[in-house]
Design a protein around this ligand. Structure first.
Ligand SMILES: [Zn+2]
Length: 483
């Protein structure tokens, strides 16, 4: 999830509405499913739950290629691998050019060099990782005092202490929210300090900025992610501390001045050429109308990006495999997109939107899975209230696998489909169990073992049934007013 998406997710969370699902008293009479369509959806669901294809592609992506940060050779290899897999299914494949960010991490070290009660000769090494967009410190590192603040108001109140020092934003990820279906809210609340904290500190003259890692597990893992600078603002060194190390500094700083040596050698290089992978499964009646199914092919560099977003992009690719296996073509074209550069720039979705915005009416719906590897509980939909009854047959088809919840949301359901949604295209994502998504999100532990193959299948089934149904509707769903 990128910063802009997270900001919109907050808006969405504020207006999220749980709606009655099948069998309860919906405001509108449920649409009776066309028997042939209902039978096909059942076959699609069962084929998805019985297929290992997405898991095998995910294993190849993570074990053979690994981390896929934009501009890296691994990202280019992932694009080639997925394009080849889609060609092998018989889909119509194109690589859509996109210019993308090229940031490289370099070295990263930090230690506490002075604090109240420090025994002579003692320093303490810290676990931290640079944020995407960070600049480098001087070659020999930066020595400065650490100013601990808990929020932006406290930063402003202590602004006279900031110049030349290192600001630490100490804001907690509220796991209790995540435990109760509000992981996006927890991410946004703590994440705002990662997204715009360094920029705000830089504007006050800070020499560097640190954030408490945005995540829910306590394994002393730093969580990376992009930070955003204002136009023409010079970046400063910026990093995320493991939560335990942020706690340590906060305890010591309550007793007196704390000083740190920080060394980062991160750099932003010139943008490079990359591509979205687009694979069309042609429609039988209206091939020039598209239902998009998608996930992002890039990942952070600390791990293999199995849950962010290997699982999402391979679940979306698996929709095409299921349709191929069953030899099913809906009325409209079902278009897989493996997005490039979701994590730190958005070059992929900008290129796609630029290519379709003059004929946006051809984009019937857009689906993205980018909320981790949890089990699918149903469908999140940014649609008009009047469209909800039309969607009921999808939930009926997914009932046997327990994915029968429908949650209507206002706002973006994925960073990459956000521009399409902003132009009125109905947006969807699988409604996932996100309790543990932020345990490993953007850390060195985002690896294949965190993915349950059954959960992945539930995501394929959800997206495949939904995409087929939307592509088969006699009339498209109503367009959505821009949020
Ligand atoms: Zn992601």
């Amino acid at each position: 999830m990128n910063p802009r998406h997270a900001a919109l997710a907050a808006l969405a969370a504020a207006s999220a509405t749980m709606l009655p699902t099948l069998g309860s008293a919906a405001a509108e009479a449920p649409v009776a499913p066309d028997p042939a369509v209902a039978a096909t959806m059942a076959r699609i669901r069962d084929a998805a739950m019985g297929s290992d294809w997405s898991w095998q592609r995910l294993e190849e992506l993570t074990d053979r290629i690994g981390p896929r940060l934009s501009g890296s050779p691994q990202q280019a290899a992932a694009i080639a691998q997925v394009a080849a897999a889609m060609r092998a299914l018989g889909a119509e494949v194109q690589l859509q050019p996109a210019r993308v960010t090229h940031w490289v991490r370099g070295d990263e070290h930090a230690e506490l060099t002075d604090y109240p009660g420090r025994p002579q000769g003692v320093t303490q090494a810290l676990h931290l990782t640079a944020l995407g967009g960070s600049s480098a410190t001087a070659t020999g590192g930066l020595n400065a005092r650490v100013i601990v603040v808990h929020d932006f108001d406290e930063l402003q109140a202590r602004s006279s202490e900031v110049r030349g020092n290192i600001v630490l934003f100490e804001a907690r990820f509220e796991q209790r929210l995540a435990d109760n279906g509000e992981a996006s809210t927890a991410y946004l609340q703590a994440g705002q300090y990662r997204f715009i904290g360094p920029s705000t500190a830089a504007a006050l003259g800070a020499a560097a900025a640190l954030v408490r890692s945005v995540g829910g597990a306590d394994y002393r893992l730093p969580h990376t992610g992009a930070t955003v600078w204002k136009d023409k603002q010079a970046p400063i060194p910026a990093a995320a501390l493991a939560a335990e190390d942020a706690d340590l500094i906060t305890r010591l700083a309550a007793q007196g001045p704390v000083s740190m040596k920080l060394l980062l050698s991160a750099r932003t290089l010139p943008d490079v050429d990359s591509a979205n992978v687009i694979a069309d499964w042609p429609g039988s009646e209206r091939p020039d109308e598209y239902v998009v199914i998608s996930g992002h092919l890039d990942s952070w560099d600390l791990a293999t990006g199995a849950t962010d977003d290997g699982v999402g992009v391979m679940a979306a690719a698996g929709v095409i495999q299921v349709l191929q296996q069953l030899n099913v073509h809906a009325r409209r074209t079902i278009r897989f997109i493996g997005w490039t550069n979701e994590e730190n720039g958005g070059g992929g979705h900008k290129a796609y939107f630029d290519s379709v915005k003059q004929h946006i009416g051809t984009q019937i719906a857009a689906i993205e899975s980018d909320e981790g590897a949890g089990r699918s509980l149903g469908v999140a939909a940014s649609v008009t209230p009047g469209s909800l009854a039309t969607l009921q047959p999808v939930l009926a088809a997914l009932g046997p696998i327990g994915a029968s919840a429908l949650e209507r949301r206002d706002g973006a359901l994925g960073a990459d489909i956000e521009p399409l949604q902003g132009a009125g295209v109905p947006g969807f994502s699988p409604l996932l169990d996100t309790r543990h998504y932020f345990d490993y999100h953007h850390t060195a532990a985002d690896t294949l073992d965190k993915v349950d193959p059954q959960n992945l299948k539930s995501q394929v089934a959800t997206m495949a049934v939904l995409a087929y149904y939307l592509a088969q509707l006699p009339e498209p769903l109503a367009r959505v007013a821009a949020p």
